[in-house]
Design a protein around this ligand. Structure first.
Ligand code: ADP
Length: 486
């Protein structure tokens, strides 16, 4: 099949979170299975590093969106290690900003241009997609664009659309005055009319209404977003489309994330050589300026430090736990100042127990996954979550709140039956997290003898399940086939 995959992030070129990982991996595995898949992403400033080469594909082209004339050109490269083309929409006026996402007044325009440019590129290349795969609000207007302004072009006559919701917390809601700059003013009647009357448009909702199929990144999240509690205002619309709403778990890109082959960690190891993991722990602690003591468990955190991720619970619970328990913590992340300050303060208060690195670092993220004994993700909600999957793969016992993809992938270890791969808490409050941390510390015990054997059972259970993309890509192929015209 011909697949056009459009995303605001694509690893390794531009990534802030899970969307980038998925967009860097799923097309690669579709390509391996023989599909002609092409990826489109903005050429942010950060994409143009010295070591990368780009081929010009399309010279300067101007699109007129409601009187706003935007020139862009297109360059291409390949997804590393593959023949999958990645097309970069070059438009410095829109994309050369310090961050991938902004709160600038033209944020809608930045991603409307991405979407129109992606379709204009198909026209220029005469690439007829069977599937246009859109991701999150930044590309959620594609289904409506294809049904309206591009419907005249026979190139798209067989094109069907998939919208994947990676996080319903971000919907792209703008004032109705931006309508002309979407290029869809002629299709105003297709937007949600009550919203329009109230003076706003919601990009994600528009995608939910017009995509042929909607997916999200775990079965539990697919159910949750149909409830008022988790639907962030869109639950009724999702219930209305539940026949075409599917939850497919994200996979792990094992070329990037596998302890046997990871080039970013000190010592490679496997389920049979867990001693190697202990060596990674030593190296990680040394790098963080913390002492190594073999019977003290080390908990890792790698995250965007935002409300969604549940760090309010950490503020309530971690200081007490650090005071009363022999436990260490290594944290990597940036985000809201209050959480950055909290972890900074924690590291100052408990200098032998806590190391905090404020920043975004791929190598350190790998080193934490390899070196920590356990990994904490107390997310308030979590569409899929990748770090718990990496943790399972690296034998780093995940401690998670039972929500979304965390609920689908982590099961509480039961010492009697020897089943389970981590620690899960049900109630999103201080007691819930306290229960989970105590459970995890008990599981680790003295870190020696029978305690060690028990902990290694959990680690082995974690490492034994496969979360590789190879296992997941077939679900997307089946969906593509289901909607493609016969
Ligand atoms: P989300 O997409 O909500 O941020 P996910 O768990 O799905 O959460 O994906 C997060 C991805 O971003 C993972 O690959 C994780 O390792 C990475 N990540 C998050 N924060 C950092 C950081 N500070 N440094 C390096 N990688 C990070």
């Amino acid at each position: 099949m011909n697949v056009l995959f459009v995303s605001a992030e694509v690893a390794p070129f531009a990534k802030t979170g899970g969307l980038g990982d998925v967009a860097g991996a799923l097309p690669r595995y579709l390509g391996k299975n023989g599909h002609d898949v092409r990826v489109v992403v903005p050429m942010y400033q950060r994409v143009r590093t010295k070591d990368r080469q780009f081929e010009p594909v399309l010279g300067e082209t101007v699109i007129d969106l409601g009187g706003t004339r935007v020139p862009f050109s297109v360059y291409s490269s390949k997804l590393p290690g593959t023949e999958v083309p990645v097309y970069f929409i070059h438009c410095p006026g829109l994309y050369d900003r310090p961050n991938i996402y902004t709160s600038d007044s033209d944020e809608h325009l930045r991603f409307c241009v991405l979407q129109h440019a992606a379709l204009r590129l198909c026209q220029a290349l005469q690439f007829a997609p069977d599937i246009v795969h859109a991701n999150d609000w930044q590309t959620a207007l594609l289904p409506l664009m294809l049904r309206t302004v591009y419907a005249w072009d026979r190139l798209f006559s067989r094109t069907r659309t998939v919208l994947t919701i990676h996080n319903i917390g971000h919907q792209g809601t703008f004032g109705a005055h931006v309508l002309p700059e979407t290029g869809l003013a002629g299709a105003a009647g297709s937007f949600h009319q009550d919203h329009l009357r109230e003076g706003r448009i919601n990009f994600l909702l528009t995608g939910i209404l017009y995509a042929n199929v909607i997916t999200t990144v775990s079965p539990t999240y697919a159910r949750e977003i149909q409830t008022p509690e988790h639907g962030v205002g869109l639950d009724a619309f999702l219930r209305g489309r539940r026949d075409v709403l599917f939850g497919i778990l994200n996979g792990i890109d094992e070329d990037e994330w596998s302890p046997e082959r990871d080039q970013k960690i000190a010592v490679r190891y496997s389920v049979d050589t867990l001693e190697g993991k202990e060596e990674n722990k030593r190296v990680l602690l040394r790098a963080g300026g913390l002492p190594y003591v073999d019977d003290v468990p080390l908990i890792g955190i790698v995250s965007r430090l935002v409300w969604q991720k549940g760090f309010d619970l950490c503020v309530d619970v971690l200081p007490g736990m650090l005071r009363h328990s022999r436990v260490q913590l290594v944290v990597l992340g940036t985000g809201e100042p209050k959480y950055e300050q909290f972890f900074g303060e924690l590291a100052r208060r408990f200098p032998k127990q806590v190391a905090y690195k404020r920043g975004f670092s791929e190598p350190l993220a790998h080193q934490i996954e390899a070196g920590a004994d356990m990994f904490l993700m107390p997310s308030r909600y979590e569409p899929c979550g990748l770090n718990q999957l990496y943790s399972l793969r690296y034998g780093t016992v995940p401690i998670v709140h039972r929500t979304g993809g965390l609920a689908d992938t982590v099961q509480l270890f039961n010492a009697r039956t020897g089943t389970g791969n981590g620690v899960v808490f049900d109630h999103f409050n201080g007691e819930g997290l306290t229960f989970a941390l105590k459970y995890a510390l008990n599981l680790f015990g003295s870190g020696r003898g029978p305690d060690r054997a028990r902990f290694q059972t959990v680690q082995r259970n974690a490492m034994s399940a496969s979360h590789a993309w190879e296992e997941r890509v077939g679900y997307y192929e089946a969906l593509y086939r289901r909607i493609a015209p016969g």
